[in-house]
Ligand binder design. Structure first.
Ligand code: G6P
Ligand code: MG
Length: 219
């Protein structure tokens, strides 16, 4: 029986995936690396430092910076990202997500957020979503990021529920793999092949409802 629903944040609750893309693109351009939306798909769900490594590798520049310089580059991207997320208001949920959160809350299920982002609490605050969300994972508290299952399992642990009693919702390849490896029912949002391993696939968040999720998960 399903007891908890666990959301990814960026690209599922709100469109911050776009802001991550813009901030990384600006940084990549600055260090002379081509960066487009196709390559950006590889970064979704991936931690800040790992994303930087992938970008530098993509431009064959992974050996051109010291560890400290890489931290400086990642910090620069994050500063740009923090400027962009100042635009977020309670009107910036992806379609149907606010209604879905309200529906889940009212029905008494637990709601968790399993994001790799250290900015997640700020974004949840800006959306005024704290009333719906019972728990946000601290990405610094788990050993491995997505595609490892740790972030999702951390939420199940916090709620003291079994993984099989959780549904996870994601927009990224690494995220779907994390949910599947956690042994939870996976829901992929999007139109590309990134989410093809999900148990249930919807093209847009507007197609999600509690009833559809529970039916699909056989609960
Ligand atoms: C999420 C996003 C990634 C981002 C990561 C870390 O997983 O999908 O694009 O790199 O969080 O986010 P942060 O805000 O801590 O840099
Ligand atoms: Mg995402």
């Amino acid at each position: 029986m399903i007891k908890a629903i666990i959301f990814d944040l960026d690209g599922v609750i709100t469109d911050t995936a776009e802001y991550h893309y813009l901030a990384w693109k600006a940084l990549a351009t600055e260090v002379g690396i081509d960066f487009d939306e196709t390559f950006n798909e590889n970064l979704k769900g991936v931690s800040r430092m790992e994303s930087l490594e992938l970008i530098l590798k993509h431009g064959n520049r992974q050996d051109d910076f010291t560890k400290q310089e890489k931290v400086t580059l990642a910090t620069k991207k994050n500063e740009q990202y923090k400027t962009l997320i100042k635009r977020i208001t309670p009107g910036h949920y992806l379609p149907g997500i606010k209604e879905l959160l309200m529906e889940i809350k009212e029905a008494g299920y637990k709601i968790g957020v399993a994001s790799a982002s250290f900015n997640a609490p700020t974004i949840i605050d800006r959306l005024a979503a704290n009333n719906y969300i019972d728990y946000i994972v601290d990405p610094g508290s788990v050993d491995h990021g997505k595609p490892a299952p740790d972030l999702f399992l951390n939420v199940a642990d916090h709620f003291s529920v079994r993984a099989e009693s959780c549904i996870g919702i994601e927009d990224a390849k690494a995220g779907i793999e994390a949910i599947n490896r956690a042994g939870m029912f996976s829901v992929g949002v999007g139109t590309g092949t990134a989410i093809k391993e999900a148990d249930l696939i919807v093209q847009s968040t507007s197609e999600l409802s509690l009833e559809r999720l529970l039916l699909a998960a056989g609960s």
